[in-house]
Design a protein around this ligand. Structure first.
Ligand code: PLP
Length: 392
């Protein structure tokens, strides 16, 4: 018996445990001092009333013989797949319901999709970015190259025609930098991928934060994407489902590699290894798309976006270089006075009693940068921003 020794190549992730440890140590020597947290990537507002109502109703249905639901379709119930098709139509994107696969969140699908892709594929991953992309590929033993984000490209790396990749990751709006690709920039990636016959793994988990009509919220809005891209999305940040768990993946039928449609392979993979998302949760997710549901979730997003705006404006006034904060819940700033990410973390914790996330935790290119999030409450955000400005 041998283990998959690719797992031994994973770097231990101490980011959030180190943050927790440092806060604990600080509080032990500074009892009673309030710590203002702008580091969390989790939502804090409760589920929308329309979602709760739909889930209550679904619970009741489960208790009645006539409406009880056993195993559902592995791909998700039609009511939710069709609601997502209609949502895409509002973005001028045509997808069919059998291209939409419901999951228990984007993280699972982003990892699981690799089941259907050969381990010998070469992968291009932006840096800094959501760390799961790297780790899931390390687990499969794939060769990984990074597309470097920096101030010069606004943390939006662009394709290099001289470089050949098989699988390309794009996260827009980006976690952690909050940067959003324009249509022209995404078109360049789509053209590059089609030319190289590469696959784009497009993560649109934060699409609902894009308020600027000119910016794309889906790669499928870009001409040519249906032959090169799979889109992964989630109800986590859109509708506060981080603890409820529901997401979706769109696999266009035109995606054909080695004469095999990826839609068919993914369907086969899901039917074999996944038994669907609970009916009750899918009913809650369906309610996100109702008129009331949309109104309520949009109000929550507007609340977070106002927090983001407050942070962005304050940094702007102080002349601190940053990205994000307008069409994203994340603000990515350059640590002042040449501090490293962790030096700035310690500085803010001890001097301002504010917690953020060191950029170095999102890849080598994150060193010297820092992530703040808009998922806190207004009072905390206002006070934390004031303290950051006084100490930066
Ligand atoms: N993709 C990105 C870029 C994220 O930041 C996150 C969560 O923080 C996820 C995916 C995971 O989303 P889910 O909760 O749907 O698994």
């Amino acid at each position: 018996m041998k283990i998959n020794n690719n797992f031994l190549d994973l770097k231990d992730s101490y980011l959030f445990s180190t943050i927790a440890k440092k806060i604990k140590e600080f509080q032990a020597v500074n009892p009673g001092v309030k710590v203002y947290r702008l580091g969390i990537g989790d939502v804090t507002l409760p589920l929308a009333p329309a979602v709760i109502e739909a889930m209550h109703k679904a619970v009741d249905e489960m208790g009645v013989k006539e409406t009880f639901q056993g195993y559902g379709p592995e791909q998700g119930h039609d009511f939710l797949r069709n609601a997502i098709v209609d949502y895409y139509a509002t973005k001028d994107v045509k997808v069919s319901s059998d291209e939409v696969f419901i999951s228990d969140g984007a993280k699972s699908d982003l990892g699981n999709i690799l089941d259907i892709l050969h381990p010998s594929n070469k992968v291009l991953i932006p840096d800094p970015v959501y760390p799961a992309y790297v780790d899931t590929n390390v687990m499969a033993g794939r060769k990984i190259d990074v597309a470097k984000g920096n101030q010069a490209n606004g943390f939006k790396p662009m394709p290099d025609e001289n470089y050949k990749a098989d699988i390309i990751y794009i996260c827009s709006p980006n976690n952690p930098t909050g940067s959003v690709y324009t249509r022209e920039e995404l078109k360049a990636w789509v053209d590059y991928a089609n030319k190289q016959k590469a696959l784009i793994i497009f993560d649109s988990a934060y699409e609902a934060f894009v308020g600027d009509d000119k910016l794309p919220t889906s790669i499928l809005q870009i001409e040519g994407a249906r032959t090169c891209a799979i889109e992964f999305c989630s109800f986590s940040k859109t509708a506060g489902f981080t603890g409820t768990r529901c997401g979706y993946t769109v696999v266009p039928k035109e995606l054909v590699f080695d004469n095999t449609p990826l839609n068919k392979l993914w369907n086969r993979r899901q039917c074999t290894k996944f038994n669907g998302v609970p009916y009750i949760i899918q009913k809650g997710a369906e309610a996100v798309f109702s008129k009331e549901g949309q109104k309520q979730i949009r109000a929550n997003i507007a609340y977070y976006k106002e927090n983001a705006r407050i942070i962005h404006e304050a940094l702007e006034q102080k002349g601190i270089w940053h990205t994000g904060g307008i069409n994203s819940p994340y603000i990515w700033l350059q640590c002042p006075k040449g501090m490293t990410s962790w030096e700035y973390f310690d500085h803010l914790l001890t001097k301002a009693n504010v917690v953020g996330t060191p950029g170095a935790g999102f890849g080598e290119m994150g060193e010297g940068y820092f992530r703040l999030t808009a998922f806190g409450d207004r009072e905390t955000t206002l006070e934390a921003v004031k303290r950051i400005l006084e100490n930066s």
